[in-house]
Structures are given as C-alpha cells and as structure tokens.
Design a protein around this ligand. Sequence first.
Ligand code: SF4
Length: 341
Amino acid sequence: MSRLTLKQALELWQEQDLFNLGKMAHKKRFELHPEPVVSYIVDRNINYTNICVSGCKFCAFYAPPNSKKGYVLSFDELAKKVEETVSLGGYQILLQGGMNPDLDLDFYKNMLLFLKKRFPSVWIHGFSPPEISFLAQKENISIKEVLLHLKEAGLDSIPGGGAEILVDRVRKKVSPRKCDASTWLKVMEDAHSLGFKTTATMMFGHVETFEERLEHLQRIRELQDKTGGFTAFIPWTFQPKNTLIDVPEVSSVEYLRFLALSRLFLDNVPNIQASWVTQGPKVGQMALFWGANDFGSTMIEENVVKATGVCFRLPEEKLREIIAGAGFVPKKRSMDYTLLE
Ligand code: SF4
C-alpha cells in the first residue's frame, strides 16, 4: 500500500468499520514486524516533582506552587525508587515532572549525575518537551543547549509526553501555558540531531476535531521523514475523571479504530504501543490485533493516569501471560526496541 494522504485517512475512517481497519493495520504490522513477537519494557515512572505552573485542564496530577500537596523528591527518595526498580529486573526509569519554577538546570544536571553514578546501568528516559522548553526559557538559553547539558549529565533518551494534540487551537484550550506545537516538534528535532532517540505520543478524545487528530499524525510523520528519531508512537485516550474537561470518555472501539489508523498512516514509525494503562488489559490485548506490536511498560509505578481514578496494574508475569494468551511471544526490550531475550 502506498503512503496514505490525509484525505485517504479520513475516507478510511469514515468508510471502514472496526474489523476492516483492524485487518488492514494487522497486515501492516506484520509487514513491518514479520515475527509474532510482542515486546515490552520493565520500567518505573518516577515523577520527581508534581509542582507545575502549567495548570493543564486535563491534568489531575499537578499541584500549583505553594500548594500543600506539592513535592520534590529528595535524591535519597529517588535512589530508593531506582533500587526497587533494579531489584524487580527494571531496565529503565521514566523521569518526568511538572514545570516547576523553583528547579533550575543545575538541579536537573545534579539529579542525572547522581543517578548515573549510583546506577550506571539504568537507562534514563526523561523530561518531555514542555519540561525542556520551560527550562530553556527559565535559563534563557537555547533548547539545544539544555539538551546538551542533560546529555552530558547522563540523560539517555526522551519521552514524547506533553504532545497531547499538536495543533495550537487545541493546545490554547487545554494547556495554554505549555509549549506550542512547533516548540514540541523543535525539541524533538534538536534531540534527534544530538543523537537522542525519542517516542511520540498523542492524547485524544477531548476538545480536538478528527481533522486535528490527523494533523497531529501528519506532523509526526513529517518530522520522522526528516530525522528518523522516533522509535514508537503511543496514542492513548483522555481520562476525564478529576479534570476540568467535561466530556464523555472515548470508547474502546474508537480507541482501537484510531490505533489501527495510526499504524496505517505512520508508515515510517517502526513501533506502535498499546495503552493498557488507560484501556485495561483486555482491550490492551485486542490492540495487538489492531496494529500494536508493543505492550508498553510494566509500570512498576505510575501516578499521572492514576490521579484520574484509572488504575490498572500488571506485574511482569501477568503482562507476559496476556501477550502469550493472544498468541504472541512476549519479549523484553530496551528503550530503542532492541530485544533483550
Ligand atoms: S500535564 Fe504536565 S504540564 Fe500539564 S499541569 Fe500536568 S504536570 Fe503540568
């Protein structure tokens, strides 16, 4: 199949039902990954701070500055969490926080240096584009300079958080103080140029139109054509509970249909991740037939989705059982999708 245009993607969405879209995406998945393997990673999300000046309307996790609920983890607390991760066979930590105005570049560098010295073999996947662009603004230096400092201090790769929908009309409505779509893409482009691998994400099902979802996919595909630095695309659905956006939750059928369309449209992004954290293990398992070839992370700890009242947890053994139960071979992987077994 040749590359889908935006018009063709819209037609597929309007004309094909759940099962047809799934069939097409599954075929594409096997063209890209001929082995019936589903990968996953053992890692832990560590939210080093929840203090944030962004105040995104979809976020149930953050605390504003001076709030009693605000925290910054001490390095000892961080070390304890990483130790637990290592003892559970963890490969990486996903380090993310809010846009905390009290933390400067030295804090980030010292945190990375501390972690790398203490746990040299643990991969640090950290700091989404909004955190990085916020830091560049605060320090009055370029995004590239921030990235270079973080790289030198031990940052290994960058998660694609904070993308939500890469269209400024939407961002102005749901997260007006967060970086705009072009800045998000600029952080990723600079990161790729420095040799970082990153992921791309999408949170859909809030105030965006369907055309804006497609625009998001288009912008990811264009940047990937240029840099090739995205390892995976990870779409998930907005969880409305405990947030300021009052919309019904996107159905699992719509999630699966859009996942399939993403697999078909993003022909240059090698991996598509199922989101069992928002969809639950059963729909996560179905996602493996709708274009996903990766089951994400064991999520030894996760706080952001949990704050919306959605809390699915899977120990590694259970996660392997779910993958095997769908007829695939579960295999542990690294951040860049190298299989570790
Ligand atoms: S989503 Fe991130 S940037 Fe937005 S309020 Fe929550 S912690 Fe802050």
